[in-house]
Each structure stands twice: as C-alpha cells, then as structure tokens.
Design a protein around this ligand. Sequence first.
Ligand code: HH2
Length: 412
Amino acid sequence: MLHLRLNTRVVAATNPAAVLSELGRAGPWALDNPKASAGDAFPPDLVALALENLAMAEANRLAEAIRDAGGAAAIIPMRDAHNGDVETVLTGSRRQFAALVDRLGEASGGGAALAREVERALANHARRRFDIRLGARRLSVGPRPAVMGVLNVTPDSFSDGGRFISPADAVRQAERLAAEGADLIDVGGESTRPGSDPVPEDVELERVLPVVETLASRLQVPISIDTRRARVAREAASAGACLVNDVTGLQGDPDMPAAVAETGVGCVIMHMLGEPKTMQAHPQYDNLMADICRHLRRGMQAAHDAGVPDDAVIVDPGIGFGKTLAHNLEILARLGQLRTLGAPVMVGPSRKRFIGDLTGVETPADRVPGTAAACAMAVAAGALLVRVHDVAEVRQALAVAAAVAETNERES
Ligand code: HH2
C-alpha cells in the first residue's frame, strides 16, 4: 500500500536540468560524493527521487547506498519537523537504483522496507497502462488517453452555466459529447468555480438524477457523477453512474469513502486547497507538488481503508482549485511526478482562468485552443485522462500528442 509518511516522489526523470534543480535545494554540498564521477552522477537515464519524514539514520542509510552505487544524495532539513526528520533526494541511473534496492533489501532493520518503497515508486512511475475498474465495467487507458466530457446541469458554471439545465438539453449535449468520442461523461449539479457557494443537497439531487438515469440507460459511454456529497454519489450510483468525481479527494464528506466502496463504483480523487468560496485568495504551498501528492495519497489511503479496490482510483491535481497561474503551470510541467502514486492521472484544464491569464481571452468558450495545448502537454507528461468541455477538438489534439509521446517512449 501507499506510504503516507515518506510521501515518496520521483521528482524528475531523464531531465538533468530538473534533477540539478532538485539537488540545488540542498545547497552546493549536495553532489559531494567522492565515489561518483561526473558521468556516473548524470547518466542519460537519470532519475531523482524524494522521500520525506525520514529519521536521520534512515536518510543516511539511503544516501550511503546510492553513493556506493555511484549516484548522489542530498539531505534537506524539513520545515516544521520538530523531531529532526529530514527529506532526502536521491539521484542515479535506473541501474544505480537497482543496486541500491539490492543492497538495502539485504540489510536488517528498516532497510528492506525502504528498498521496497524505492522499488515501488520507480515501478509506479514507469507504468503506462491501467485497466480502471468502474463498477462492473472497465476502462483501459494508456498509451491512448481517455477523454471525459463535461456536462454541467447547473445555472452558474463558469463556462457553460445555464446551457444544459433542462434534462432534454442535457441529454442532447451528452449524446453530442459521446458522438465526438468521449470515453466518459461527467454530470455535475453544483458549480465549484472560485467564489461559488454550495447548493442545497436536494437541489443538486433534483438536477442530476434524471439526467444520470436517462444517460445511463441510453448511452454506452460510462457516466460519472461530479459531486462532493456521499448521498448524491450513492443515489447517482443507483441511477447508473459508475464513477464518482470528488473535488475534495474523498476528504470532504466523511461518508464519501464508504459510499464509493459500498456502491462499488470508481472514484476520482482530486486536490483542492480550501473551499471553492475562498480557495483563490492567496493560495500558498510549502512545496506545491509534494503538498498535492500528500493530499492525494491521503485520499487514496481513505479509499483503500474503506475497501475501494486500488484499481478503481484515479488522481487529479485540480487545476485552478486554490492555485495561482504559476501553480497551474508548475503542475502541468511536473505532472509526471504524480505517476509515483501508481494510479492513472487525470487533469482538467478545460477553458479555465489560467488560459485567459496567459492569452487575454476573456470568454471561457473561446479558450478551446489553449485547452487543447494544455491537454497535449499534460498527456506528454503522463496524464492518461483529460476532463474537457470540447471533446472533438481535444480528441484531435491528443491523437497527435499521444503519437509523439509513444514514439518518444519507444526511443528512450
Ligand atoms: N474542474 C471542475 C469541476 N470538476 N473535476 C476534476 N476531477 N478535475 C477538474 O479539474 C475539475 C473537476 C471545474 O470545471 P467545470 O465543471 O466546468 O465548472 P463549474 O465548477 O463552474 O461547474
């Protein structure tokens, strides 16, 4: 299972500049390894791996093992760690990490557990295919990415509010999304745009249930319910939804993990900082990707503890949910780190504010080219699902992006 304490992340792979920047966090002494030559320290298949909350003895053990194998290590004090715990960043080639795993695996004490954690993180990060369990159905993703079409049955969503509030219009739009090649359709009855207030539960139920029921009986495409409420999730699952997309990452409604487990549906665990009402007021992180990774890990642990099978889980960094423009860009640039979690990664950049900030395009519906570019970059970084309003346009962009990503992988 996941390691909550260590929050292990493959922070960079095959990008020496990114690896150097990670090591640079420790200061100039990070690369001080008399056993490593420059060639050893920066081989072409260089990987950097970060582990948090290590006792100094554990950190030294890992650092010694990677240095013995010819790699390098940095030990970084952790802010707010009262017990002297540290973070370590290890770098080396895949071969050097294999040597570390062998060496630590033979050791007594906690060495074998650390070796298993390193091995699992690297294996998760390298994984490119998933067969996601959605109730009785399966959705295969990778290398071909899947596209989730957005259907907001709301009067006030930021880009399509009010367009599909009548069940007839909603069903027509869903049929269009399916015809355009959507692999999933995500029905939402509550806007979670920045500044929004929660809607009463009964209103949310009234909006989504007739639509979910009709779509589940009429369409082949699996239906997802975008909700943070366990009762809505349970009733939508009874009406035929086979995935729950929860923007609180199963950490909002305390009954949500049980609702997902008991109905047997899949779930999307998303990261959000705070609440929609206030999330865009000065969002701040200690270490953006590490903080997101930790939150997603907590949601995955809650799902696991409630009995949700591990292959029913998707993770999502939550573009725009308590993030500045710089945060959103960093997420898209470093998305690959989330692959360490061992679950397929989804992103939802569709028509969002950050595209307007970058381009000056104020009307969300006019941000489709920016959406397609963001999705293409995300897929190149390892996302296997994208959540979008404009399925046909994004499908076309992804056909190109996925083919290039696949070629890149064949060659590396
Ligand atoms: N974004 C929105 C809603 N749900 N779910 C996931 N997993 N990822 C996302 O990025 C995401 C999401 C916001 O977009 P939208 O549904 O179009 O807007 P609104 O919340 O205003 O209805």
